[in-house]
Design a binder for this molecule. Structure first.
Ligand SMILES: Cc1ncc(COP(=O)(O)O)c(C=O)c1O
Length: 406
């Protein structure tokens, strides 16, 4: 079966390549297409106003070959731990092209960010106080303040922000108090603003509404400080579809809209950053796991795989499964769920993993009735928030292999 063109962006590889991968590779494994990553970066770069810098959000997929690929394309990086900082430096990134965020930065994190020369985004006065102590340079350390807007948009509000109470940043309502307090720490200087309150957003208009909010907040911060900001960071949140029935985010509409937002905000002449993670990395990867057994239990069909939430946790956290294909080694694609590729008779199926907990579910969808041991289930869009977001050590199964192609 040939994948329908509309499904291609859900799976990084075509049918032939998937067959080659599963025949040459022990299951379960992740495979990533670096050519697709490069193409993705260039597509987004071309769609956005020249002035907007792209800082790849490392947390979405910190694989060294991926970071090297983005680094060679001129990406900046958004890091959130000392570990991410060292991977970026190993991949050829530099502190001058790095921002550092996180709601609970340890001293080790702050030291790594300072050592690299990254721009730290402070989430509260505690960050300012600790940087004041740690910073050794003669000039005040420029930092950005992350502001939690009073209103935001989010498809997955449980994952990140979206207005309301949040562990992230300084609440917009108290930002003036924060700035007054921060001014007491003369070795630290608030010079930028970061606002990020969206996640997996597929609607360019809603992202642009957030960007307008970010610039409105930045303008207010600049007015309160009485000096020009040098950096405004609009965060990430550019979404990808996990099902063919969802629309794709139109990055050209986003780029054109951002151009208009910048025209409306001619007061700001500093660096402007976007921090996309998922949009750049999700479509570059697949996760493949062999079927171990199938079972009908009281009217429900289960297919048990070699890997579960120890390798893919996102469906359990968000309730949104990854799109799947059923692949028969030596034959080809025999059916799919959420990918639009039609096959033989399909039956409602719950995918379960090998862990001894009923939480170990990877989603429910329509998969071929004759799916059997030895077949492989391929999960698309698995290049982001997958391999490193899972419960790898639970039950001590081996970590999945990661295969880099291209
Ligand atoms: C500070 C920061 N920037 C960027 C991102 C990337 O978000 P996305 O992958 O949705 O683009 C995240 C995600 O959690 C984040 O916390």
């Amino acid at each position: 079966m040939i994948l329908a063109p509309s499904t291609i962006d859900l799976f990084a590889f075509g049918e032939e390549s998937l067959l080659d991968l599963v025949s040459g590779q022990a299951s379960p494994f992740f495979a990533y297409d670096l050519g697709a990553a490069r193409e993705r970066f260039r597509r987004l770069r071309a769609a956005l106003p020249q002035r907007v810098r792209l800082a790849y959000a490392v947390k979405s997929n910190p694989g060294l070959p991926l970071l090297e690929t983005f680094s060679a394309e001129g990406a900046w990086f958004d890091c959130a731990s000392a570990g991410e900082v060292s991977t970026v430096l190993a991949a050829g990134g530099t502190g001058a092209g790095m921002v550092f965020a996180g709601p609970a930065k340890s001293e080790r994190d702050l030291q790594a960010a300072l050592f690299a020369g990254a721009r730290v985004q402070v989430d509260g006065i505690e960050d300012v106080a600790r940087l004041h102590t740690l910073h050794e340079g003669a000039e005040p350390l420029p930092v950005s303040v992350r502001v939690n807007p009073a209103q935001g948009v989010s498809e997955v509000a449980t994952i990140i922000g979206g207005g309301g109470p949040s562990a992230f940043g300084v609440d917009e309502e108290v930002v003036e108090e924060f700035l007054t307090e921060a001014a007491r720490y003369e070795r630290v200087r608030i010079s930028g603003v970061q606002v990020f309150a969206a996640s997996n957003e597929l609607d360019a208009g809603r992202l642009l509404a957030n960007h307008r909010t970010a610039l409105r907040i930045a303008r207010h911060v600049q007015a309160v400080l009485g000096r020009e900001l040098d950096l405004v960071d609009l965060g990430g949140g550019l979404g990808v579809r996990y099902d063919v029935t969802q629309p794709s985010l139109d990055v050209r509409t986003l780029g054109a809209g951002l151009g208009r937002v910048l025209e409306e905000n001619a007061w700001f002449t500093g660096e402007l950053l976007l921090e996309p993670g998922r949009w750049l990395s999700a479509p570059t990867g697949v996760y493949c796991a062999r079927v171990v057994r199938t079972k009908d239990s009281r009217g429900e069909r289960f297919v048990m795989l070699e890997g579960g939430i120890n390798h893919l946790l996102r469906p359990l956290m968000t309730g949104q499964p990854f799109p799947t294909l059923a692949l028969r080694p030596g034959v080809g694609v025999i059916g799919s769920a959420g990918s639009g590729a039609a096959g033989g008779a399909l039956v409602r199926t719950t995918l379960a993993g090998p862990l001894c907990t009923s939480l170990d579910r990877l989603g429910t969808g329509d998969l071929p009735a004759d799916l059997r041991p030895g077949d492989v289930v391929v999960f698309g869009q698995a290049g982001a928030y997958a391999a490193t977001q899972a419960m790898t050590h639970f039950l001590s199964h081996p970590a999945p292999e990661q295969v880099w192609v291209g």
